[in-house]
Ligand binder design. Structure first.
Ligand SMILES: [Zn+2]
Length: 159
């Protein structure tokens, strides 16, 4: 089996966990030496913290587990293209390879709203970025979530 898809499937499992607790379904895993060392999903509403994004929590966990901020031998898999904050954290954590599922037209700061690799003089990590890993599934879980939420709200307003 394609290992990229295998790890992205694990990130998707995290996204489904988020969905179950009514969080925007985004998930992430950190992989080192072929092993998942940290996993997380979006927890913004439960934590009431703007920083509780899936990849932010996963990277923090990995740094605590390894006892170092330097994750240069780690790869990150995340279902949605990272935002500005997470792109910054990914860079500072020196993530080696980043794999993401679907791009974010409103907030994606790797290759969509901002092209991080094109910022002059910025010594950017990750060195390698791979987009569109299991794109359909990663995007579908988000569109379904928002559609269901809209329908629920519509229903609420009519009763
Ligand atoms: Zn983020």
């Amino acid at each position: 089996m394609n290992t990229e898809n295998e790890y992205m499937r694990e990130a998707l499992k995290e996204a489904y966990k988020a969905k179950k607790i009514d969080e925007v379904p985004i998930g992430a895993v950190v992989v080192r030496d072929g092993e998942i060392i940290a996993r997380a999903h979006n927890m913004k509403e439960h934590d009431q913290l703007a920083s509780s994004h899936a990849e932010h929590i996963a990277l923090t966990k990995a740094q605590k587990i390894l006892g170092t901020w330097n994750l240069q031998d780690c790869d990150l898999y995340v279902t949605l293209e990272p935002c500005m904050m997470c792109t910054g954290l990914i860079q500072l954590s020196r993530i080696r390879r980043l794999y993401y599922g679907t791009s974010d037209p409103k907030g994606g700061c790797l290759e969509t709203v901002i092209h991080v690799k094109q910022i002059p003089h910025l010594n950017t990590y990750p060195k390698e970025i791979y987009a569109d890993i299991m794109k359909e599934k990663c995007s579908e879980i988000l569109t379904t979530f928002f559609k269901e939420k809209r329908n629920r709200n519509k229903h609420k307003n009519h009763t």
